[in-house]
Design a protein around this ligand. Structure first.
Ligand code: SF4
Ligand code: SF4
Length: 519
């Protein structure tokens, strides 16, 4: 049984545009997404729009139990490539045609946004009429206004394509981002979920609200798609954050604030922010922290404010970390671990296997390094790890690299048999599918139409084909029409530095190296 508060109630007959905000993953994941909460609050602030939520596996809205076909616009939030299957499944079970080409004038306009739609939406382009590349606040109003002026959105498609940030394959697009966080939308009346059922409890619990401290990250990790796409880093002012926290507490009744951003611990006044939140009686949570910017003071505030676990991402051994442009030293990691354990905080660590040029000896060195860390965690489960294969992603310097299931299979085996602590690991078959979904072009649409029944053998073959194409000197990325800021020449230069582990310093401390994002 779930109860919700702050649900928006409007009369659908009294608005001009009905918008179905669809999330192709389960309720718990949807309600943990700040982006999804922003869209709901932002659109419902307009009197002429009623935005309702449709969350997988449902195909009817939570608010009025309406079918997707009853809406003017159906908008999917795509945060994970694996959600493409659920999105297709939702469309198949809805009362609108699956493919754009079969939709009639009075069928809704089907759009998609979020990191997957902005990075490489080509594999799902037959199912979506238009993609939103960038921050919703910058693009969505114009889409809605054009939609309300047309009787046949698919015939008048070029009216939409005139809007900056709107994309359809065959056209060029430049990402649209909020430049000053003063203009970013802050959802105050966030949906509050009350339930005992674990299946529905959001990531930070049923007693937390989400607060965005910054967007973007400029640290330059060579595998990180959000770090490459969302630049430069933009901060919300301390005063605005404190005001937002107090108002959102009043609106939700929650005392726990989850700080959200690509690089929360890089926030220039992070200690001050956390102290002020603590003094106002807030409990603090945050998803992941960058080791170099965690001071002893910050750890103490986290502990004092009730945090139980910190999450850090050492990824791999030092030599490999440099290839990824992650410069944290082993000593810095060990220092953070020791301080956290002194404070009786638990530690969760993210690791990557399959980093460029990784050898079997590197795996053994990683296991030894982990043993030296886990041997410090005297309490059972004080230290846990989560290991993932590195999946080369679009718009990153590692986009030119392949993904080899068979080598990774051996690496994972070597790694896991030697571990002596609690470890979670990503399913390699799923990772192979994700690699294909992120690295393919429009040719994948026909296959995705079949849904989840495609055999792993076929995915494996497709991954192999992509790897082969990347070895071609004339390889051109399928997503070249999408300009997210970073110059292709910069990405190539960064890729050339990988093998020798040559580091590109942080532009915020060592000066701009002209990656292209601030132009
Ligand atoms: S610090 Fe984190 S968010 Fe920033 S580029 Fe590196 S992995 Fe990405
Ligand atoms: S253009 Fe310069 S300052 Fe801007 S993100 Fe790139 S390197 Fe950093």
């Amino acid at each position: 049984m779930i109860e919700e508060y702050n649900t928006v109630i409007k009369n659908p007959r009294k608005v001009i545009t009905r918008f179905a905000s669809c999330y192709p993953n389960i309720y718990r994941v949807a309600m943990s997404s700040l982006g999804y909460q922003i869209i709901y609050d932002y659109l419902n602030a307009r009197e002429d729009i009623y935005c309702e939520r449709v969350i997988y596996p449902q195909t009817k809205s939570i608010e009025t139990r309406s079918e997707l076909g009853d809406f003017d616009i159906v908008g999917f939030t795509l945060q994970f490539e694996q959600d493409y299957f659920n999105m297709i499944d939702m469309l198949k079970r809805s009362n609108i045609p699956l493919e754009s080409k079969d939709r009639k004038p009075d069928d809704p306009l089907v759009i998609a946004g979020g990191p997957c739609a902005a990075s490489n939406p080509l594999p799902i382009s037959n199912f979506i009429d238009l993609f939103v590349v960038g921050d919703a606040e910058m693009i969505i109003d114009e889409i809605i206004d054009v939609r309300s002026d047309t009787n046949n959105p698919r015939v008048d498609i070029y009216d939409f394509l005139d809007i900056p940030g709107v994309y359809k394959p065959g056209e060029k697009v430049k990402i649209q981002q909020v430049k000053n966080m003063k203009d970013a939308w802050r959802p105050i009346y966030q949906i509050v979920t009350k339930t005992d059922n674990k299946k529905f409890i959001p990531a930070f619990g049923t007693d937390a609200f989400l607060m965005e401290v910054s967007r973007g990250c400029t640290r330059g990790c060579r595998f990180c798609m959000s770090g490459c796409m969302y630049r430069p880093r933009r901060e919300v002012s301390l005063k605005t954050l404190m005001d937002t926290a107090v108002r959102t507490r009043q609106a939700t009744g929650h005392n726990k604030v989850a700080l959200i951003g690509e690089a929360v611990s890089d926030y220039s006044r992070i200690e001050e922010l956390c102290w002020q939140l603590y003094e106002e009686g807030f409990q603090i949570a945050t998803p992941s922290l960058r080791v170099e910017s965690i001071s002893d003071e910050l750890l103490e505030i986290f502990k004092t404010s009730g945090m139980k676990t910190i999450t850090i991402a050492p990824e791999t051994i030092y030599k490999q970390r440099l290839k990824l442009n992650k410069t944290m030293t082993d000593n810095e990691i060990l220092h953070t671990v020791d301080r956290a354990l002194d404070l009786k905080l638990k530690i969760k660590m993210y690791l990557l296997l399959g980093t460029p040029g990784e050898t079997s000896d590197d795996i053994l060195e990683l296991v030894n390094f982990l043993r030296s860390i886990t041997s410090r965690g005297v309490r059972y489960n004080a230290i846990t790890t989560s290991v993932n294969p590195l999946i080369p992603k679009p718009h990153t310097p590692l986009q030119y690299m392949g993904f080899d299931y068979d080598t990774l299979f051996d690496r994972f085996k070597k790694y896991s048999v030697r571990l002596r602590h609690k470890n979670k690991q990503e399913n390699l078959k799923k990772a192979t599918i994700q690699y294909v979904l992120t690295n393919s072009g429009v040719e994948l649409n026909d296959l995705l139409k079949i849904g989840k029944k495609i055999s792993f053998k076929d995915w494996h073959k497709l991954a192999y084909k992509i790897n082969e194409s990347k070895t071609n000197d004339n390889y051109s990325v399928p997503w070249h029409e999408i300009d997210v800021g970073m110059k292709e020449s910069f990405l190539r230069k960064e890729y050339e530095k990988v093998n020798d582990g040559i580091v590109t310093p942080w532009c915020e401390s060592d000066g701009c190296y002209d990656c292209g994002s601030c132009n």
